[in-house]
Design a protein around this ligand. Structure first.
Ligand code: B16
Ligand code: MG
Length: 219
């Protein structure tokens, strides 16, 4: 029986991908590695340091910086990102998500956040959703990022539930792989191709329907 829902943040609850893109792009240009939105798709759901590594690899500059310098670059990007996310308000909650959360609550489902973002708690606060979540997994406490299932397993654990008692909602391929490997029912948001590994997928957050998901779990 489903007793909890573990949510990804970026691309599911709100769309911070554009802010991540703008902040990385500014840093990339500064260090001579320009890139476009298509490349930015590779950074979705990936941790801050792993994102930086992918950008440096794109410019063939992964060996040009010491670990300390890489951390300074990631810090610089994050300062710019934090400036950009100051504009987030409850109006930035993606369509259908407030209703979906209310439906979960009325069925007494517990909610957890499993975001790779260290800015997750601040973003939930700005969206006015922090109180709805029973727990927020601290990504700094994890050994491995998505597609490793650790973040989803921990989310269920912190809710006091077994993974198979939870649904995981994700928009990234790496995220769906993590939910599946955790042993949860995976719900994808995105197109058929990128969500092909999900147990069930919808194209847009507005199409998320708790009744339909619970029926699919039981089939
Ligand atoms: P931060 P999610 C992820 O969020 C983003 O998709 C990814 O682009 C970002 O690099 C990562 O969080 C880390 O974010 O730099 O704020 O710690 O999709 O897992 O909610
Ligand atoms: Mg995401």
């Amino acid at each position: 029986m489903i007793k909890g829902v573990v949510f990804d943040l970026d691309g599911v609850i709100t769309d911070t991908a554009e802010f991540h893109y703008l902040a990385w792009k500014e840093l990339g240009e500064k260090i001579g590695i320009p890139f476009d939105r298509a490349f930015n798709e590779n950074l979705k759901g990936i941790s801050r340091m792993d994102s930086l590594e992918r950008i440096l690899e794109l410019g063939n500059k992964q060996n040009d910086y010491s670990q300390e310098e890489k951390e300074a670059l990631a810090h610089e990007k994050n300062e710019q990102y934090k400036e950009l996310i100051k504009q987030i308000t409850p109006s930035d909650i993606l369509p259908g998500i407030s209703t979906f959360i209310e439906d979960c609550k009325s069925k007494q489902l517990k909610l957890a956040l499993a975001s790779a973002s260290k800015n997750g708690p601040a973003i939930l606060e700005s969206l006015g959703l922090k109180e709805e979540f029973g727990t927020i997994v601290d990504p700094a406490s994890l050994a491995k990022g998505k597609p490793d299932p650790e973040i989803f397993i921990k989310g269920a654990e912190l809710l006091g539930l077994k993974a198979e008692e939870c649904i995981g909602v994700e928009d990234a391929e790496a995220g769906i792989a993590a939910v599946n490997a955790a042993g949860m029912f995976s719900v994808g948001v995105g197109n058929a191709e990128s969500m092909k590994a999900a147990d069930l997928f919808v194209e847009h957050t507005a199409d998320l329907n708790l009744e339909a998901i619970l029926q699919a779990v039981n089939n």
